[in-house]
Write a new protein. Structure first.
Length: 686
């Protein structure tokens, strides 16, 4: 940032400054020759206007025009050359401060913020947009105020400070809606969607992407088209997370060709990186490495440290999967150094995870464990209920603000309508003075009607408030009930644990442990219900993660030798379905630890739920441990656990079966969502 006092400059310096400006315009015109015709024509018109004004003023010029032109030139440079963009912007700021051009200073600070954001110098970016907001303290320039909060929100998003990011993006959205700027609205919703992605709230993420696309629907401009391409690319990342590689690949290839045509390095680098991720998922490693190296080259040319760090780490993943562990270690450490330097927590977290896997492959188990601990510590610091609650509270506050604004607008319209009606009545009274008596009677009638209406309105509002309070109390009571049930079940579990301390018989001890796990399975259901946003729904993915973690600790201690993979998408069940389903999974996973991995120390347990339709579901619990004994007959189970699975499967209106091949043992349970099944049965009967 350039700070200069207001003073008269030496003539030589002014001549040098004007010579530099003329040279800058010439160099810029030559450098953008390969850009699109639209940009060339647009900037040429600005230069022509600049020259004509200079001639008409006998050699003088309105310096504010020069500042605005330099800012525009700097913004074009940000597409492919951040250093040139920064250099031109420094000149623009210097001239804006020299003439005390407030709007130019504000725009310059914001443009500095955008350049530093693209360079991954996030704290420098935040400092500059804060200066823009301070200069714009009277909020006279709404458009620039919106840009300041948007850049600030993006910086905190990269720094993984989700509450601050959400707060600033919400402020930007309020302003963008006031000034009715659809492009900015779409950009903000796109960033809000990314926050929800980080929180693994897929429904809210998709909803905000759709809001972003809806905002620019029907707008045919280069800016809208480019933004539409970015949003579609982000949507494709969801398909990538869901391992729908072909679907993601189709979108990413279109995005890549579009960005290649524009030759906008930042977005082209992002598209190359996305294609690398898809080909990595498809295990087409040469293509994955080719696109990753292309992205790294572009990010390096731009000086984008965040992009460089991410691609270094992702090349490390590719090399790990192709057994080039030493090279993978070098690239991942480079990524960690850059991510640590810029303070991007999520990238640091993934680096620790990758380093743990690489050291494990190299046999450096101490280093592998150390990096796994750092990964877990970083994950816990980034994602916790307090942070998620803050983000949710900010979003709820904004939704409340929108509702209040809508009500205020409706009330203003109503007031305006009432005022108009009042004026008509007054004019009518003047026009027909002879009918004053009848109009007086009418006025009295209207008065009592309005009074009655207001009274009825107050009654309705009080009733609504009472109903809402009652609902809130009932929900609080339900949460408290679930909490107390969970505590009681934990007490039972603790009593069983205390009882087991004096038992030496292994069979009796095992029976008590099995009882503990069943109690824990039910306890976790109640815990999920009182912690859930929806009191009547259990998030099956979270529930299974907590249950299998508990079972792993019980049977394997701190060892991570047996990996557990869970795939349930965003499926949720009510209490009646979740309890038997949790007990079934508890029995099948417990049996796997007790029998399949009693002698085999490493392996994998997979739990998957497939939705057949809105009522019927398939549960698959498989393992690659020791095979079942040859005399095992699952149709005639002898153990209590297998009997429980059979009984609970029937309780869920389903069936239980076993499938085996050379290496995998799979238990299949076909079951129904009892709530949906009962609803469908009622509809059929009526």
């Amino acid at each position: 940032m350039i700070n200069t006092a207001s003073m008269v400059k030496p003539i030589v310096f002014i001549l040098k400054e004007r010579l530099f400006f003329t040279t800058l315009l010439l160099c810029f015109t030559l450098s953008i020759f390969s850009q699109s015709n639209h940009k060339i024509d647009s900037l040429q018109r600005l230069i022509t206007k600049y020259d004509s004004q200079k001639k008409s003023d006998n050699g003088s010029i309105a310096d504010s025009v020069r500042v605005n032109l330099l800012i525009k030139i700097s913004r074009v440079y940000t597409e492919n050359d951040l250093e040139k963009a920064l250099s031109v912007q420094k000149v623009a700021m210097h001239q804006a401060q020299r003439i005390n051009y407030q709007l130019g200073i504000i725009k310059s600070y914001n443009n500095f913020g955008k350049i530093y954001l693209d360079r991954s110098d996030f704290y420098d970016a935040i400092n500059h947009v804060d200066l823009a907001l301070k200069t714009n303290k009277n909020k006279a320039y709404k458009d620039d105020e919106c840009v300041s909060y948007l850049i600030k929100g993006q910086c905190y998003l990269f720094l993984n400070n989700f509450p601050e990011s959400s707060k600033n993006l919400t402020k930007a959205l309020q302003i963008a809606e006031q000034i009715k700027d659809p492009i900015k609205i779409a950009r903000i919703y796109n960033n809000i969607a990314i926050i929800y992605n980080k929180q693994e709230k897929l429904e809210e993420e998709q909803l905000n992407y759709q809001k972003a696309l809806q905002s620019i629907n029907g707008i045919q401009s280069p800016a809208a088209e480019r933004l539409r391409n970015i949003i579609n690319s982000n949507i494709a990342l969801n398909y990538l997370d869901q391992k729908q590689y072909d679907k993601a690949l189709t979108i990413f290839q279109k995005c890549f060709e579009y960005e290649k045509k524009l030759n906008y390095k930042t977005n082209l680098a992002g598209s190359s990186r996305s294609l690398s991720k898809v080909y990595l998922g498809k295990k087409e490693y040469p293509k994955a490495l080719e696109y990753a190296q292309n992205a790294l080259e572009l990010y390096t040319q731009l000086g984008n440290k965040s992009g460089q760090a991410d691609v270094y780490r992702e090349i490390g993943v590719i090399l790990t999967q192709t057994n080039q562990f030493r090279n993978a270690l070098d690239f991942t450490q480079k990524g960690l150094q850059l991510s640590t330097k810029i303070g991007e927590l999520e990238s640091i977290k993934f680096c620790y995870e990758n380093l743990s896997q690489i050291h494990s492959k190299l046999g450096n188990y101490k280093e592998a464990y150390h990096n796994q601990v750092l990964f877990k510590k970083m994950s816990d610091s980034m994602f916790n209920s307090e942070i998620n609650d803050k983000v949710t509270q900010i979003q709820m506050t904004y939704e409340f603000y929108k509702k209040q604004e809508k009500l205020k607008r409706l009330q203003n319209e109503k007031d305006a309508k009432l005022k108009s009606e009042s004026n008509k009545q007054r004019n009518f009274l003047i026009a027909i003075a002879m009918t004053l008596f009848f109009l007086s009677l009418l006025t009295v009638g209207i008065y009592f009607n309005l009074k009655s209406y207001k009274k009825q309105k107050n009654i309705v509002e009080r009733q609504k408030e009472q109903i809402q309070n009652s609902l809130t109390e009932k929900e609080t009571l339900l949460r408290e009930i679930h909490h107390r049930v969970k505590n009681n079940l934990q007490i039972i579990s603790s009593l069983l644990n205390m009882q087991s301390e004096d038992i030496e018989d292994p069979k009796v001890l095992l029976s008590i442990q099995e009882g503990q796990s069943r109690v824990q399975a039910m306890s976790l259901i109640h815990q999920n219900l009182y912690q859930s946003e929806h009191i009547d729904k259990v998030n099956i993915q979270n529930y299974f993660k907590e249950l299998t973690h508990y079972l792993s600790t019980m049977y394997k201690g701190d060892s991570n030798s047996v990996k557990v993979n869970i795939e349930t998408s965003t499926i949720q069940f009510d209490f009646d379905t979740a309890i038997p389903l949790g007990l079934i999974v508890n029995e099948l996973v417990s049996n796997a630890y007790k029998h399949a991995f009693s002698t085999k120390k490493e392996g994998q347990i997979a739990i998957k739920i497939n939705a057949i339709n809105s009522i019927d579901y398939q549960l698959l619990v498989s393992n690659d441990g020791e095979k079942l004994p040859s005399n095992f007959d699952w149709n005639k189970p002898k153990s209590l656990g297998m009997k429980l699975v059979t009984i609970l499967s029937k309780q869920l209106r389903g069936s239980f079966s076993l499938k085996e091949n050379e290496s995998i043992t799979t238990f299949e349970v076909l079951f129904k969502d009892l709530k949906e099944f009962q609803k469908a049965s009622k509809e059929l009967n009526t």
